[in-house]
Design a protein around this ligand. Structure first.
Ligand code: GRF
Length: 208
C-alpha cells in the first residue's frame, strides 16, 4: 500500500477531496500524514477528525528557506511517503527539497498553467478579461508553477464574476481533478516524455 503525505497551509479542501477519493475508491494507498506550515490551518482539524496523523512545521520559526525546508523534509520523511502532495501549501520550496522528491511531488494550481502562475490568480484572470480559466495539476520542479502538466480542468469566466465566485467555480473542479491525477500516479499510468506527461491508457487529461 502506497503512502501519501499532504502539505497544506490553510483550508485543506483539496486534501479532504483526496482523502475521500482514497477511501471511497479504495485506492491501494493511504494518507499517512498531513503536514502544515501553519499551526492554525483549519485543514489540520479536518485531518485529525479523519484519524490522519498531523504535524506542523511552523514557517514563522524558520526565517531561512533552507532551514525550513530541512525541518520540513525531516517531518515528511518520518512518514516515508511514496508520494508527496502540495495542496494549498503556501511556501516556495528550495531546489534541494524539490529534487529530493523528484517524480513524486505534485501540486495543484488554480489556473491554466503556464498562464497565471503565482499568487492572486483569479483577480488577475478577471482583470485580463479571460473567458476561460481552470486548474492544473503538475509535477513540481524548482521553477514555481512550471512543472510538467498532468491534467487540467477548464471553467468559464462569467460576466460579473468576482474573485470569490470564480475561485469557487474553479475549486469545485479542483476537487475532481486532483484526486484523479493522484490516482493515475498511484496506478503508474503517467509517463513524462520531453516534459510532456502522457497517460498510458490515453485517458483524457482535460477535464471539461
Ligand atoms: C486551491 O485553490 C489550490 O489550487 C491553491 O490553493 C487553494 C487551496 O485550497 N494552490 P484548499 O486549502 O485545498 O482548500
Amino acid at each position: 500500500m502506497k503512502r501519501i503525505v499532504i502539505l497544506i497551509s490553510g483550508r485543506g479542501s483539496n486534501m479532504q477531496a483526496i482523502q475521500q477519493a482514497c477511501t471511497q475508491e479504495t485506492w491501494d494507498a493511504r494518507v499517512a500524514a498531513v503536514i502544515s506550515s501553519r499551526g492554525d490551518a483549519p485543514g489540520l482539524d479536518i485531518a485529525r477528525a479523519q484519524g490522519i496523523a498531523t504535524a506542523v512545521v511552523e514557517q514563522r520559526e524558520y526565517p531561512e528557506r533552507e532551514s525550513f525546508d530541512a525541518a520540513l523534509m525531516q517531518a515528511v520523511d518520518a512518514h516515508a511517503p511514496d508520494l508527496l502532495l502540495l495542496a494549498g501549501f503556501m511556501r516556495i520550496l528550495t531546489t534541494a527539497f524539490v529534487h529530493h522528491y523528484d517524480g513524486r511531488l505534485l501540486n495543484i494550481h488554480p489556473s491554466l498553467l503556464p498562464a497565471f502562475a503565482g499568487l492572486h490568480t483569479h483577480s488577475r484572470v478577471i482583470a485580463a478579461g479571460c473567458k476561460l480559466s481552470g486548474a492544473t495539476v503538475h509535477f513540481v520542479t524548482p521553477e514555481v508553477d512550471h512543472g510538467p502538466i498532468i491534467a487540467q480542468a477548464v471553467v468559464p469566466v462569467l460576466p460579473g464574476d468576482t474573485e470569490a465566485t470564480l475561485a469557487a467555480r474553479v475549486l469545485a473542479r479542483e476537487h475532481v481533478l486532483y484526486p484523479r491525477a493522484v490516482r493515475w500516479w498511484l496506478q503508474g499510468l503517467l509517463r513524462v516524455e520531453h516534459r510532456v506527461v502522457v497517460h498510458q491508457h490515453g485517458e483524457s487529461q482535460l477535464l471539461k
